[in-house]
Design a binder for this molecule. Structure first.
Ligand SMILES: [Zn+2]
Length: 214
């Protein structure tokens, strides 16, 4: 297996793990990884159960795909925008996981209700403005919501997370989903106590020095 082939296998494995981990149903969601000339991404319209390494699509820096390749996921544009604007991004996981999508449909960002919110890199997790899927407007709103963060919600759509590896991006998407579920429940109590800027700064500082498992 060449480097790209093993990366394609990792993309297939990650896409197949979305549903068992509660990150998506059916074909919603898509997974990509940075490669030498652009990115490798899951194709449009292929069920994850039958997807093979050969179905993964390479999209180059100019947004073109090789002849005879399948169509990339219709949402490839914001994946590409993330790689182009965030040099530290090695992989992107996008999904319509239930609770992240519930908050996104209410256009409710996740505030500092729990210290783990800092796992995405800041004191809150923003919600990107709505734009039709696959559009450049959506890419712009995602990049803006990701400012200083590695995950965001997407209004009336879902969530996106990136990391330096597929495993890191996937783990972050799982964490965003869990935080979303917790926040949805906490909202029902009508008395959520938010952490202060000073308290969140201390968490962010700790995450920097001890890593995400602190
Ligand atoms: Zn989507």
């Amino acid at each position: 297996m060449t480097g790209d082939q093993s990366l394609c296998q990792e993309i297939v494995d990650t896409a197949r793990a979305l549903s068992p981990k509660g990150l998506g149903v059916g074909r919603s969601g898509n997974v990509s990884a940075r490669c030498a000339d652009g990115m490798l991404i899951t194709p449009s319209g292929v069920p994850y159960e039958t997807m093979s390494v050969d179905d993964i699509v390479q999209v180059n820096e100019a947004g073109n795909v090789p002849e005879n390749s399948l169509e990339p996921s219709s949402e490839w544009r914001f994946h590409q925008a993330i790689y182009q604007s965030r040099p530290e991004a090695g992989a992107v996981v996008h999904c319509h996981s239930r609770f992240a999508t519930v908050l996104a449909c209410a256009r409710t960002p996740i505030p500092a209700f729990h210290y783990m919110v800092a796992v995405a890199g800041g004191a809150d997790i923003a919600c990107a403005d709505y734009a039709v899927f696959g559009s450049e407007d959506l890419s712009r709103s995602v990049i803006s919501a990701l400012n200083g963060r590695s995950a965001c919600l997407m209004a009336n759509h879902g969530q996106v997370a990136f990391g330096n590896t597929l495993a890191a991006a996937f783990e972050l998407a799982c964490e965003v989903e869990e935080l979303s579920a917790q926040y949805c429940e906490a909202l029902k109590l009508n008395r959520v106590h938010l952490l202060s800027t000073v308290e969140m700064d201390a968490v962010l500082e700790r995450f920097k020095s001890y890593g995400r498992n602190a």
